[in-house]
Design a protein around this ligand. Structure first.
Ligand code: BES
Ligand code: MN
Ligand code: ZN
Length: 483
């Protein structure tokens, strides 16, 4: 999708449609279109309520064939996320058009980037596995700006972040028979090569040499053997401490021997949403080239029951020597992350952030599609991530990580058990992870409720969301001094 600044006059724009986002309480469009919008409001019944869409076709006052109005609701209550959503709604209505343009709204420096994001995300389809594909004609979106000017590089940046999100959506939407740990690792190498980022695959013998007993145990039930993918982006000075991102990559989570109920199990093909987000940062870093060092670490496994599978009661030894009693083989995410977090320590990182579809408890606490959970051992890092979340529209809400939760993981058989039970499940999971993230400043993002969208959403269709890519990228860019 080509996105850029509109060069011509509004009346002379020769594309297929003009789109104007409108507040319930104005201000209205200036110039020739004022009368048209006025008529739509007074006679057409367009109220500019949130998510309301209104088409004027044909529209004789402009060269473009049609004018599309999208409501934003009351101006005072409207946020940049609402503008992102409205752009998504508009784009879904013009996918059979070739060229469209958005009229200016608010401060274009703020609104154009979010309109770019909403447009590209709203235009996403996952039809690579369908024999008949719905044709999308839309190829070019232009943005009119008022007297305030925005640079094209800002538009490109927003586009690159949204495209990265679409890559993560593709990964998460691909089913587990097509996207095994091996395949995902190969895709990561392909993305690394394309973007000049060094990507390494660690196979089972490497994992054994590194004594990653927790990761190996989760992977042992499946014929699709585990991998650990590591990539290193070096945009900063040679000795500057990197940011390390660790993403949970369970290509399918059946629960293992502690098997999950039938209902909704298919959604667990998306249990690699954290890894997808981390891997999908590569094209973003490769294209935007921030002056910073970044490492991505993704443990990749399939969690299946079988004659070889790990069992409840097993005691595992992770790569830092700590022992873990398995209570539930369905609490596998924290096990694979534990070895990955230990591995992160070798980079002497500035910060380590892990992101994972980790607990149903986090969904119970924060709901779905509102906010991911965040916990950490460094309050400044947590706050920086929360700010990146506000900025990107991928919001976070902090839960406590008090030591009072630690006894819930106590067991007589090992240093800790892998489940603290039902109460405070998101926190005890994080508490578990903290045992392996001791040597650096660390935060953990639980994105369990953010991964899968049950219904259509303004800039998203039913399916996997690619959540986290924009959040992590915004954080990395801000760490590189890019505001
Ligand atoms: N992948 C799941 C968490 C999940 C649930 C993600 C729903 C997305 C949607 C995770 O591996 C899991 O099964 N967690 C268990 C932990 C429990 C056994 C301690 C859970 O949340 O029930
Ligand atoms: Mn599980
Ligand atoms: Zn899982």
């Amino acid at each position: 999708m080509k996105c850029g600044i509109a060069k011509e006059k509004v009346e002379e724009y020769s594309g297929d449609a003009l789109i104007s986002l409108q507040y319930e309480d104005g201000p209205l469009i200036k110039g020739k279109l004022a009368g048209v919008v006025d008529r739509a409001r007074k006679k057409g019944g367009f109220k500019a309520e949130k998510n309301e869409i209104f088409q004027i076709f044909p529209c004789y006052e402009i060269k473009a064939e049609r004018l599309i109005l999208v409501g934003l609701g009351k101006k005072k209550k409207s946020t940049l996320e609402d503008i992102r959503k409205a752009a998504g709604i508009a784009v879904k209505a013009v996918q059979n058009q070739k060229r469209v343009a958005f009229l200016p709204i608010g401060n274009p420096k703020e609104t154009i980037p979010v309109m770019v994001e909403g447009s590209i995300l709203g235009n996403y389809r996952f039809d690579q596995l369908k024999s008949e594909k719905k044709e999308i004609m839309l190829g070019e979106i232009s943005f009119f700006q008022d007297n305030i000017r925005i640079s094209e590089s800002r538009i490109d940046e927003a586009g690159i972040l949204a495209e990265g999100t679409c890559i993560a959506r593709d990964f998460a939407n691909l089913p587990a028979n097509l996207l095994t740990p091996r395949k995902l690792a190969e895709e990561a190498v392909r993305l690394g090569k394309k973007n000049n980022i060094k990507t390494t695959i660690l196979n089972e013998p490497d994992l054994k040499r590194l004594k990653m007993g927790a990761l190996l145990a989760v992977g042992q039930g499946s014929q699709n053997r585990p991998r650990l993918v590591v990539w290193e982006y070096n945009g900063g000075r040679k000795n500057s401490a990197p940011l390390v991102f660790v993403g949970k990559g369970v290509t399918f989570d059946s629960g293992g021997l502690s098997i999950k109920p039938v209902q909704g199990m298919e959604v667990m093909k998306g249990d690699m949403g954290g890894a997808a987000a981390v891997i999908s940062m590569m094209p973003i870093l490769g294209r935007l080239k921030p002056r910073i060092n970044v490492v991505g670490i993704t443990p990749l496994v399939e969690n299946l029951p079988s004659g070889q599978a790990y069992r409840p009661g097993d005691v595992l030894t992770a790569s830092n020597g700590k022992t873990i009693e398995v209570i539930s083989t369905d609490a596998e995410g924290r096990l694979i992350l534990s070895d990955a977090l230990v591995y992160a320590g070798r980079y002497k990182p500035k910060y380590v952030i892990d992101i994972a579809t980790l607990t149903g408890a986090c969904m119970v606490a924060l709901g779905i599609h509102i906010a991911g959970g965040i916990m950490g051992t460094d309050q400044r890092l947590v706050e920086l991530l929360i700010a990146a979340g506000e900025r990107s529209g991928e919001r976070l809400w902090q839960l406590p990580l008090w030591d009072d939760y630690r006894p819930l993981l106590n067991t007589t058989s090992a240093d800790m058990k892998n489940s603290g039970g039902k109460w405070g499940g998101a926190i005890t999971a994080a508490k578990f992870l903290s045992e392996f993230a001791e040597d650096y400043r660390w935060a953990h993002i639980d994105m369990a409720g953010m991964d899968n969208q049950e219904n259509d959403h303004p800039y998203q269709i039913k399916g996997m969301t690619g959540w986290g890519v924009r959040l992590l990228s915004r954080f990395a860019l801000s760490q590189a001094g890019r505001k």
